[in-house]
Write a protein that binds this ligand. Structure first.
Ligand code: FMN
Length: 365
C-alpha cells in the first residue's frame, strides 16, 4: 500500500513541526530552499533550535493559575501575547495572497506584523488589505539614499508604526542551496516596493539572484552615523534588528534606537554566529530597561517563548513558521499563531506563571 495513504492530510497539523513538514512537500524546490536554508553549513540554523532545547525550566507549584494574562509591553504598547511576525521577503512564493494574507491573519490574532523591504506586495497594498492592522516596516539601507528615504516616507504615510533597521546583512549570507538553484523570482513576482529592472531580483545565471542584488544595491558601508541619520529623518521609533552583543545594543540605544532585536537572521547570515537565545542575556543586561528587547530565531514551541521571557525578552518574533503556515493562506497563518498561543498559555500555567511579572530569571536552571 502506498505510504501516502497513511497520512490523514485533512487533519490540521497539531504543532509547528507538522505545519513545516506539510509545507515543505508543497512548495516549489526553489521557494522551499530559499525559505528553509541557512548560511553555508547551517550550523547557526541548528544552534538556534538546540539552544532552546538545552535550557531547562524550574516550574513553580502552589500558584493559582486559573486566570492567565499573556500580555506584554513593546515600545510602550500593550500586546495581548508576546509574539510578533518577523520580516521575511517574497511571501507570494508561498501563496498568491502573500503578505496581505499574513497581515490579515496577524490582525485577526492580535499580532503585529513586520513587512520586509523585499516584500512581494507593496507597502501600500498591504496597508489597504489589512487596514487597522498593527504593522512595522523593515528597512534595508540602499546605496541610493533617496530610494531609502522614499521607503521610509511611504511606510510613514501608510500607517506603519515602527521601522526595523536590519544591520546584519551588509552583504547577503552565502546560502548554498540558493546558489545551486541560481535563485531568481518567478514571473509575476517582484520586489514590489522597487521599480525598474532591479525589482525582478533576477540571476545572471552564475549565482543566487538575491546574493547579486545585495552586492549591487544594499549599502555595505553602514555605520552608527547612518543609524543617527535614520532616527533624524523619521518620526517613527527605530528598532535595530540583528544585534548579538551587549556593546552594540547599548550603542544602538545611545544612537536613538527605541528597541533591539537579538537575531542572527534565522541562521542565514554569518554561519557560526551565536544562537540568538544565548546572546539575549547580555543584551538585556546592557539595555537595562532603557528600550524594548526582542529576540528571534528558532522559536517553535510555547515553552521557547516562556524561556525568552524568563531571560528578559519583551517579546519574540516568528520567521519561517509563518511562511510554512502561509502555504495554506490566511487560515494557515492563523492556525500557526493559534497553536503557538495555546502552547504558550499552557506553558505559563504549568510553570506557575499567571502573568509576565511572574516569569523571572530563576525559572531557568
Ligand atoms: C525566507 C526568509 C526571508 C527573510 N527575509 C528577511 C528580510 O527581508 N529582512 C529581514 O530583516 N530579515 C529577514 N529574514 C529573517 C527573519 O526576519 C528572522 O530573523 C528569522 O527568520 C527568524 O528565525 P526563524 O525563521 O527561525 O523564526 C528572513 C528569513 C527567512 C526565513
Amino acid at each position: 500500500m502506498a505510504d501516502s495513504n497513511h497520512t490523514p492530510i485533512n487533519l490540521a497539523p497539531i504543532n509547528l513541526a507538522e505545519v513545516e513538514a506539510r509545507a515543505l512537500g508543497r512548495l516549489s524546490p526553489m521557494a522551499r530552499d530559499y525559505y528553509a536554508s541557512g548560511a553555508t553549513d547551517e550550523v547557526t540554523l541548528r544552534w538556534n533550535r538546540e539552544a532552546y532545547e538545552r535550557i531547562a525550566l524550574r516550574p513553580r507549584t502552589f500558584v493559582d493559575v486559573s486566570a492567565r494574562d499573556l500580555s506584554t509591553t513593546v515600545l510602550g504598547r500593550r500586546h495581548v501575547w508576546p509574539v510578533l511576525i518577523a520580516p521575511a521577503a517574497f511571501q507570494r512564493l508561498a501563496h498568491p495572497d502573500g503578505e496581505a494574507a499574513v497581515a490579515r491573519a496577524a490582525a485577526a490574532e492580535g499580532v503585529t506584523v513586520t513587512l520586509s523591504t523585499l516584500s512581494s506586495t507593496s507597502i501600500e497594498d498591504v496597508a489597504a488589505a489589512a487596514p487597522g492592522s498593527p504593522r512595522w516596516f523593515q528597512l534595508y539601507v540602499f546605496r541610493d539614499r533617496v530610494l531609502t528615504r522614499g521607503l521610509v516616507e511611504r511606510a510613514e504615510a501608510a500607517g506603519y508604526e515602527a521601522l526595523v533597521l536590519t544591520v546584519d546583512a551588509p552583504l547577503l549570507g552565502r546560502r548554498e542551496r540558493d546558489a545551486r538553484n541560481r535563485f531568481t523570482l518567478p514571473d509575476g513576482i517582484t520586489a514590489a516596493n522597487l521599480t525598474g529592472a532591479v525589482a525582478s531580483v533576477s540571476s545572471d545565471g552564475s549565482d543566487s539572484g538575491l546574493f547579486q542584488f545585495f552586492a549591487s544595491q544594499i549599502d555595505p558601508a553602514l555605520t552608527w552615523a547612518d543609524l543617527e541619520w535614520l532616527c533624524s529623518i523619521t518620526r517613527l521609533p527605530v528598532i535595530v534588528k540583528g544585534v548579538l552583543r551587549a556593546d552594540d545594543a547599548a550603542r544602538a540605544i545611545e544612537a536613538g534606537a527605541r528597541g533591539v532585536i537579538v537575531s542572527n537572521h534565522g541562521g542565514r547570515q554569518l554561519d557560526g554566529a551565536v544562537a540568538s537565545i544565548d546572546a539575549l542575556p547580555e543584551v538585556v543586561e546592557a539595555v537595562a530597561d532603557r528600550a524594548s528587547v526582542l529576540v528571534d530565531g528558532g522559536v517553535r514551541r510555547g515553552t521557547d517563548i516562556l524561556k525568552a521571557f524568563a531571560l528578559g525578552a519583551d517579546a519574540v518574533l516568528l520567521g519561517r513558521p509563518i511562511l510554512w503556515g502561509l502555504v495554506d493562506g490566511e487560515p494557515g497563518v492563523r492556525h500557526v499563531l493559534q497553536l503557538l498561543r495555546a502552547e504558550f498559555d499552557l506553558a505559563m500555567a504549568l510553570s506557575g506563571c499567571p502573568s509576565r511579572a511572574a516569569v523571572t530569571r530563576d525559572l531557568i536552571v
